[in-house]
Design a protein around this ligand. Structure first.
Ligand code: GRF
Length: 203
């Protein structure tokens, strides 16, 4: 089986990276991780990659005076190893429009809310403040606008009485770890097409 080559971009803990690593370890999973790139040298996710022999690269954003030069080096690193799909997994940098345009419908992200609601980095706090009873996660294609782009897959979790940000984040994270590998599988099986800004899943 020819596997889709993934490049995973991280900044921290890397639990979604771990979910992808675990999925890729199953023989019939149609994708493999060929590189993990972090903009932070101390990201814990790097250890997860090293532990299973996945090549890593650290590209520190602090070494760059402008975003596009950083993005050009990220792009070069991905292309050198033949990446076909870029997976953002807790990557805490906005991508330049230039980078997004190099990878049309080839960059995916996971966000811990049911987009388009509760964009941004404090989505769980926003959910609790709004008093909604359902939250969840969204896997979407990346476009230059933050937390926008065609939605591939969503999973719901309840918001329970007494939840705080930590308890809600933990429940959503469990859903993320199911949802992200599933969405990547759908893409790797060529079952996702984007038409008029909407992702459609076949079968
Ligand atoms: C996740 O909640 C993800 O949805 C968000 O950042 C967090 C990353 O967690 N984009 P981890 O590094 O994958 O553990």
């Amino acid at each position: 089986m020819t596997k889709l080559k993934l490049g995973v971009l991280i900044s921290g803990r890397g639990s979604n990276l771990q979910a992808l690593i675990d999925a890729c370890a199953v023989a019939d999973y149609p994708a493999e991780i060929v590189i993990v790139i972090s903009n932070r040298p101390n990201a814990r996710g790097l250890e997860r990659a090293v532990a299973v022999g996945i090549p890593i690269q650290v590209i520190e954003h602090t070494a760059y005076s402008d975003r596009e030069n950083f993005d050009r080096d990220v792009d070069a690193a991905l292309r050198t190893v033949g990446v076909e799909l870029v997976c953002l997994a807790g990557f805490m940098r906005l991508l330049s429009a230039w980078l997004v345009e190099q990878w049309p419908d080839r960059i995916v992200n996971i966000h811990p809310s049911l987009l388009p609601a509760f964009k941004g980095t404090d989505s769980h706090a926003q959910v609790l403040a709004a008093g909604v009873e359902v939250s969840g996660c969204t896997v979407h294609f990346v476009v230059p606008e933050m937390d926008a782009g065609p939605i591939i897959l969503q999973a719901e979790v309840p918001v329970l009485p007494g939840d705080d940000e930590d308890s809600l984040a933990a429940r959503v994270l469990t859903a993320e770890h199911q949802c992200y590998p599933h969405a990547v599988r759908l893409i790797a099986e060529n079952r996702v097409t984007v038409t008029d800004g909407r992702a459609v899943i076949a079968n």
